[in-house]
Design a protein around this ligand. Structure first.
Ligand SMILES: Nc1ncnc2c1ncn2[C@@H]1O[C@H](COP(=O)(O)OP(=O)(O)OP(=O)(O)O)[C@@H](O)[C@H]1O
Ligand SMILES: [Mg+2]
Length: 335
């Protein structure tokens, strides 16, 4: 069994400041891979500032990692030929939170769709390019006559974001990394876009990394989840296990913040707001996390139960995971 994308101990440290250098290890060493046979949806969840976007951008090769090795189809990204790199950029597409970052207000939206097709030489003629664009738009439930030929500001936020999904799909990638793709759209559209992502996996075999601060949507779409806390994956496994029976104190806090449908249960003071809670506990009440001096070192992962791992000193009594690749403890989604 091979892997499409394989991250071995990758980390990211931001260094800022001219005279006095400030270092921020925003992503602590993590090993993770995406299977090349069974397409899957993996959520990366955590509060604001936990390192989700950093993780996403490092995996997409947009941001240079500080350590570790990233391989795509067994090729080290650092030693790829130009052609291999182009192939990687075609096969790993991204969708970002704010589609305005991608749109140029002076161009019609068609531009964001024709440009990648040209860049990767995907269409041999204008009519083939048009056909591909129309089918990608229809795939995400958009009507081409209502979207093409318009400027970005003439579309709704939901339409702009769905064009981003169509754009990612257009190149028939193997992986889509979607960073908070629904955080700027309303609840009804959120469900639609998430359904479209699920269909891309089911109908086209595309693996998806879905980044969110919202555990409810992670539960809806993902097969597996990684919970990030201050740049550290503190818990991971099948969404069923991690969300219904969290092992790490931080995941417990996050799941406590999911609003409960039970009418008799009062909302807690912090319902829905995961940032307030984690500020109160100042570094999660797990003993290991409070060891701030230890932040550079690689943390061990422990098997909490089948398809669920935890990275926490409190779990030392548990079985140490022999394989550092977190995805080895994930469930394989049914095809
Ligand atoms: N370019 C940068 N230079 C320095 N520090 C950065 C940079 N980008 C992010 N950071 C820091 O790295 C940490 C992780 O940021 P990141 O954007 O990855 O978090 P996030 O989980 O995506 O947050 P959000 O949910 O708000 O999008 C934060 O402390 C942030 O301030
Ligand atoms: Mg982010």
């Amino acid at each position: 069994m091979g892997s499409l994308l394989k991250a071995e101990n990758i980390s990211k440290e931001y260094v800022s400041g001219t005279f006095i250098k400030k270092r921020n290890l925003a992503l602590k060493p993590v090993s993770f891979s995406i299977d090349d046979k069974t397409p899957s949806i993996t959520a990366i969840a955590g509060e604001s500032g936990s390192g989700k976007t950093t993780f996403a951008r490092v995996l997409a090769g947009i941001l240079k990692k500080s350590s570790g090795v990233l391989r795509f189809k067994d090729k080290d990204l650092d030693y790829m030929t130009k052609d291999e790199e182009l192939n990687f950029k075609k096969d790993v597409q991204t969708i970002f939170q704010d589609p305005f970052e991608v749109y140029n207000p002076f161009y019609k939206v068609d531009h964001v769709l024709t440009t990648p097709l040209k860049k990767f030489g995907m269409a041999s003629s204008k009519s083939e390019s048009d056909e591909m664009i129309i089918s990608a738009l229809e795939e995400v439930g958009l009507r081409p006559d209502e979207t093409l030929g318009r400027y970005p500001h003439q579309l709704s936020g939901g339409q702009r974001q769905r064009i981003m999904v169509a754009r990612a799909f257009l190149l028939r990638p193997k992986i889509i990394i979607a960073d908070e793709p629904v955080s700027m759209v309303d609840a009804s559209l959120r469900a639609t876009i998430l359904e479209e992502l699920k269909n891309l996996r089911k109908n086209h075999g595309i693996s998806i990394i879905y980044i969110t601060h919202d555990l409810t949507t992670a539960y809806q779409v993902a097969d597996n989840i990684m919970v990030l806390y201050r740049g550290q994956v503190v818990e991971a496994g099948s969404v069923e296990n991690v969300i219904n029976n969290p092992a790490h104190p931080y995941t417990k806090l996050l799941t406590d913040c999911i609003p409960k449908p039970d009418p008799d249960q009062k909302w807690s003071k912090t319902s829905g707001d995961i940032t307030i809670q984690s500020r109160i506990i100042k570094g999660c009440d797990c003993a290991f996390c409070n060891q701030s001096n230890d932040k550079e070192s690689f943390r061990e992962i422990y098997e909490f139960k089948k398809n669920q791992i935890v990275s926490c000193k409190l779990s030392k009594k548990m079985k140490l995971c022999a394989d550092k690749d977190i995805s080895k403890y994930f469930i394989k989604p049914k095809k």
